[in-house]
Design a protein around this ligand. Structure first.
Ligand code: NI
Length: 173
């Protein structure tokens, strides 16, 4: 188990398209376990492999609340195979855009196909927060951030703040 460093936007590595995984190897299972540890440690409800420097189609998520039992998902090659026309608005954040939030509108319900940690094909029907979270993470695999769903004005404001923050961090470090 290890905590991986999370890449902070703006960073070109967050804008790349990730590669399909052709086999779920023990190394990738270890990566998924490390990603969950990193996500819980942050803390966050989702994390995609490119956020920790791996351009592979892998995501993890857990939207359970603190007093509930943990309910982690580890997904390889996740793909939205159905989405509702009904939309759902949620104020999203991202571990790669610390302390930045914006309302994003996405399909309220989705069906997602993926490979689990044993390499078996699975589907999950997700709605509301889980649907938001999984769509947000799958976006990362396409190099898309939640700020790409909002107006350019708001996006530029957020990215400018993050750039400034990174500069200050560098000076402090
Ligand atoms: Ni994110």
């Amino acid at each position: 188990m290890s905590i991986l460093p999370i890449i902070i936007a703006p960073d070109p590595r967050l804008k790349n398209k990730s590669e399909l995984v052709d086999k779920v190897t023990p190394e990738l299972v270890k990566l998924m376990d490390d990603m969950l540890d990193t996500m819980y440690d942050a803390p966050g409800i989702g994390l995609a492999a490119p956020q920790v420097g791996f351009q592979k189609r892998i995501i993890v998520a857990d939207v359970s609340t603190q007093d509930e039992k943990r309910d982690p998902y580890q997904m390889v090659n996740p793909e939205v195979i159905w989405s509702s026309t009904e939309l759902f608005d949620y104020e999203e954040g991202c571990l790669s855009l610390p302390d930045q939030y914006a309302d994003v509108s996405r399909p309220k319900r989705v069906k997602i196909k993926y490979l689990d940690r044993t390499g078996s094909s699975q589907t999950v029907d997700a709605e509301e927060l889980l649907a938001v979270c999984l769509q947000h993470e799958i976006d990362h695999l396409e190099g898309v951030l939640f700020v790409d769903h909002i107006t350019k004005l708001k996006r530029d404001l957020i990215l400018r703040k993050l750039k400034k923050m990174k500069k200050l961090d560098k000076k402090a470090g």
